[in-house]
Design a protein around this ligand. Sequence first.
Ligand code: ADP
Length: 417
Amino acid sequence: MILTINCGSSSLKYQLYTTDLSEVVAKGLIARIGETGSYSDHKAGCRGEKVALPVPDHKTALELMLASLMHADYGVIDGPAAISAIGHRAVHGGDVFVDSVVVDDEVMAQLRACIGFAPLHNPCNIAGIDAAKRLFPGVPNVVVFDTAFHQTVPPEAHVYALPYELYSKHGVRKYGFHGTSCRYVSQAAADLLNWPIGDMKMVICHLGNGVTLTAVDGGRSVDTSIGFGTVGGVPMGTRSGDFDPTIIFHLVNQLGMDLKDVEKLCYHKSGLLGVSGVSNDMREVTMRAEHGDERCALAVEIFVYQIKKTIGAYAAAMNGLDALVFTAGIGENSAEIRSRVCAGLGVLGVRIDEASNEVARDGYPNISAPDASVATLVVPTDEERMIAMDTLRLTPDHLLTTPRGVSSRGYEQARPI
Ligand code: ADP
């Protein structure tokens, strides 16, 4: 079986797949790691358990995951050896990793060298891999990087117009994030349309709490909205998106803020929350806007406008657009946001059928109007599956069988999740 592990700064998400990836056998979330109120929520088909318990660190979280997977009542494996390979999500691979890799000492050293680029996330990813190596001895680990898909972005789009040494000596450049989601969704969109991805120009709109727009030309990322860190681009739930950097000088020099406060402001107090003053949750902000809250209405207007503008910019950058694809929490669920983003993009050939748009999430991915020259699609993202697919691809065939004497159990009766 293939196990995927996604260690965030305070959470661990995992999924266990059959080796042919046809079924998710079990999945779980261990939340609020290192905080009060931590809990584990494990599901295996219709069985499982949600329990509150102390989880001081990621090592403990992985131990709890293994205990759940082997649990007497709702476990699905007899022991660690039932796992053929493990795929880990890593946030930042710098400009070293252009693809997923099998973990070895060199990879771990390079991952550590990238900590400065993602100080909140890479240490958790490393802790997850270290713990997995101990708990699942002999099982290969594969790392899948959020940044890798964007390594094809050309220099004119990834080098900032800052002193060149910052780029050449210190790695200050656009890296791009949500690459795993974007890679999955762009291939899924091409498959749905039955077009060769190599011939397609797409804009992928990953609209969740984090928001990334990516221009994908011939299956390769050629530009993406989030840059060196995860604040830039289009406004997000609590992050600002792009703004004039002289505002930072003003905040520090004129308003007396220190840089730590400015950092907090950009990451945690801006975006939908900052403008609306009430919430980072698109459902709440749109609902209040409907009831006449002007700041909520403005927050949504800014969000939609910046997405629309970026789609236009990427169509120009690629000299064409064949498909516009919506994904993630807002992109998959909000017909209103999709409709407002697409309104006025007729100049690019984007026209949607509003009735299809309303039911898109119920399994009708193509929401284009009959006279549209651009296919507009709603494609649910599945980063875990992409991680599992890479893990399968990179694991030698002879390791993909369950060793004799060690059985997986229970999942035959479990309904697919
Ligand atoms: P993350 O980036 O944390 O993975 P998600 O992809 O889950 O986030 O997206 C979270 C966002 O999706 C939130 O802003 C939430 O309000 C929004 N969302 C979820 N369901 C809906 C819906 N039905 N309508 C509008 N927005 C929604």
